[in-house]
Design a protein around this ligand. Structure first.
Ligand code: CO
Length: 679
């Protein structure tokens, strides 16, 4: 027997009465946050956590992650739930286990850096409502973005867990940037900030088992602060990685209840509990109690969510993560963006361009929001660059990054790109080197004024500041000024039953029920239609009772000169097929890109002479940076167009004067619409 083993377990009695381990691995459960965020697009509702909340509290978890990340966004946007209320509700059922939340540093729970007053108020309110452990990370691993929130966490007397985002530029740990040294230095930085624990946050499931052993062992020799490992299953390595980390002495690991585990989520708790039974790292958990929780989840909760599972493929492992060192959410987004631009065939070019863009942007880790920033810019480059010009269309977020608004990158940004990106940039052409929070004006007072007459509650004001559009909408529902649509209502077990029955009928080919009575005689005006559903063909005769139908003819609406080429939409395979699962990445703070509306009255521009600036893709006008009569230089930003959830700054292709502007902020435009004329 290996010296890891303390006791031999040969009977149920041995198991039930096993002595406590010398150094038990502590476990944090993620079911109520990262679990449903990773598998069910963060759509978990509070009412579905309550049935197991008290049982979960009995297990002995080190902490339960119940809030933060994308959940704050989805709760108010898609579930019509007040995010703050969830904490208060769960606290009534979970009294012993500390609550943990995922905090994106100065990004809070959004996708950009917010002002210090927002960051501080957010932490104070979260602590007041029940968050005990603040798991804090920054997408650039720039810990200056921790300063404000950490001081607030300390003032509230709560646990500050400092994260280091785990990233790679090579297939395995090493290379010039993300090598062992990098992580040890970052850990030392967190030690200086007096972190209560250090988490290695492997959000993409990149960490290989032997790299985990090396990094955890070195960290344990470097610092006395407890080490916590957060690794996603995505690539399939995480259970092995966990075990090697345990052997190397990791203090805490993250798992989910098995029904919320695997795929893009985390390893399950139950196999780890059994694997360590009888060793000096035995969790001491009772596997029977865990099983009881799963029975409730499987019966009462999961049927309501299974339609959200991405079942587009059978394998639960995403091999792309191993090939490209990028998170899986990023892959689905890249595919979506290309599909939207009718350019799916260029995915290989995108994967080839991606490491180049990432290097130009300072080899930043790929995690929300940087994964989106790198991904969208890569797609733009592939679609719009030519041999004469690289980075032809730079997104507003890349400009912000080049300005230093997200913080310091792992290696310097390409100076050529930086110069190009900051040409005419609104905040200035010289990048900042200070902490980004220092240049952001306070925001709460402004929000307070904007919410006058609706709410004066600080929690509402913070929510609105983080999410001005969807937040306002939610508050209108909350205060009864608007009625929430049915689509925000919960799916009940009854709904699930009905849908399952229809599906069963469809599978049995009985969806179209035969009329059981006497069929009427077929009239002389009956018309025959050919109906195609996927590869099946039906011939249907239609006869309107009471005589000849009057068929009116409506002329089609005027079509824009260059119609928007939309990707062919797949027909639903069965009438009961659920809507496609929303992508697991959180929504951007901006509203979704509207589909271009076809009957946009297109302003006539033909009588103005000059060079037209056309929309390279369908989207919505965010703003014009110039007015008619302004002079522009080639390369200056003229229009900001929101498309694919990113803001794209469109540059002037020639120098001259703005002769005509054809749209205004908020207008939807189609591809190739003339946005303005430069003469
Ligand atoms: Co995670």
């Amino acid at each position: 027997m290996s010296d890891h083993f303390k006791v031999k377990i040969q009977s149920i009695d041995d198991y039930d009465n096993r002595p406590k381990a010398e150094n038990p691995v502590k476990i944090q459960d993620l079911t109520f946050r990262d679990g449903h965020q990773s598998l069910f697009a963060a759509r978990g509702r509070t009412e579905d956590m309550i049935p197991v909340a008290e049982m979960m509290d009995e297990i002995g978890f080190w902490g339960m992650e119940v809030w933060g990340g994308a959940t704050f966004d989805t709760m108010h946007r898609f579930l019509n739930e007040d995010p703050w209320q969830r904490l208060r509700t769960l606290k009534r059922y979970i009294k012993k286990t500390p609550f943990s939340m995922l905090l994106r540093g100065q990004n809070i729970v959004g996708c950009r850096n917010y002002a210090d007053d927002v960051a501080r108020a957010f932490v104070e309110k979260a602590a007041e409502n029940g968050v005990d452990i603040f798991r804090t990370f920054d997408a650039l691993n720039d810990f200056r973005n921790f300063e404000t929130v950490v001081s607030a966490i300390n003032d509230c007397g709560k646990h500050f867990q400092g994260c280091i985002c785990y990233s790679l530029t090579e297939p395995r740990m090493g290379g010039d940037v993300y090598n062992l040294d990098y992580y040890l230095k970052k850990a030392k930085d967190l030690e200086k900030m007096q972190a209560n624990s250090i988490c290695i946050k492997d959000m993409a499931g990149l960490m290989a088992p032997y790299d985990a052993f090396e990094i955890i062992k070195a960290l344990k020799e470097t610092t006395d602060i407890p080490i916590h490992l957060h690794s996603h299953f995505t690539s399939g390595m995480a259970p092995m990685t966990h075990l090697k980390a345990v052997e190397a002495g990791v203090d805490i690991i993250d798992t989910c209840m098995s029904s919320y585990a695997y795929r893009a989520s985390h390893p399950a708790v139950e196999p780890m509990v059994m694997s360590l039974v009888g060793t000096n790292r035995d969790t001491g958990f009772d596997i029977k109690k865990l099983a009881e929780i799963n029975v409730v989840l499987e019966k009462e909760v999961l049927p309501k969510y299974k339609h959200l599972l991405d079942d587009s493929k059978v394998s639960i492992i995403d091999i792309n993560v191993l090939l490209h060192q990028t998170p899986s959410g990023m892959h689905s987004r890249l595919f979506d963006q290309l599909r939207e631009m009718n350019a799916l065939d260029r995915i290989d070019e995108v994967f080839a361009e991606l490491p180049r863009v990432r290097r130009d942007l300072g080899q930043i880790p790929l995690v929300t929001p940087t994964s989106r920033i790198v991904g969208t810019q890569t797609v733009n480059n592939v679609l719009f660059d030519n041999d004469d010009e690289k980075y032809k269309m730079i997104t507003a977020q890349v400009k912000d990054l080049c300005y230093g608004l997200y913080g310091k990158t792992a290696v310097p940004i390409s100076s050529k790109l930086q110069k190009k990106a900051l040409k005419g940039y609104e905040r200035g052409t010289k990048p900042i080197t200070c902490r980004p929070g220092e240049v952001i004006e306070p925001e709460l007072e402004k929000s307070k004024n904007e919410l006058k007459g609706l709410s004066t509650d600080l929690e509402d004001i913070i929510l609105y500041t983080l999410y001005p559009v969807s937040g306002k909408k939610f508050l209108m529902y909350k205060y009864g000024k608007e009625t929430p649509p049915d689509s925000l209502k919960a799916r009940t077990l009854e709904d699930v039953k009905k849908a399952d029955e229809i599906l069963a009928k469809a599978k049995a080919g009985k969806l179209v029920e035969k009329f059981s009575g006497q069929a009427p005689e077929k009239g002389e005006h009956a018309r025959t239609f050919n109906v195609f559903i996927d590869d099946e063909y039906y011939e249907v005769s239609v006869d309107e009772p009471g005589g000849q139908p009057i068929i009116t003819y409506a002329p089609p609406p005027a079509v824009p000169a260059v119609p928007y080429q939309q990707a062919p939409a797949a027909l639903p395979s069965a009438p009961a097929a659920a809507a496609p699962a929303p992508r697991p990445e959180p929504s951007a703070s901006t509203p979704p890109t509207p589909k271009p509306s076809s009957p946009v009255s297109k302003p006539a521009a033909s009588d103005t002479e000059g060079t037209p600036l056309t929309a390279p893709m369908p989207g919505m006008i965010v703003s014009y940076s110039k007015e008619v009569g302004d002079s522009v230089e080639k390369g200056d930003t003229v229009v900001v167009l929101e498309a694919m959830k990113m803001e794209n700054a469109l540059p002037a292709s020639v120098s001259g004067t703005i002769k005509a502007i054809n749209y205004k902020a908020g207008d939807s435009v189609s591809k190739n619409d003339v946005l303005c004329i430069i003469g």
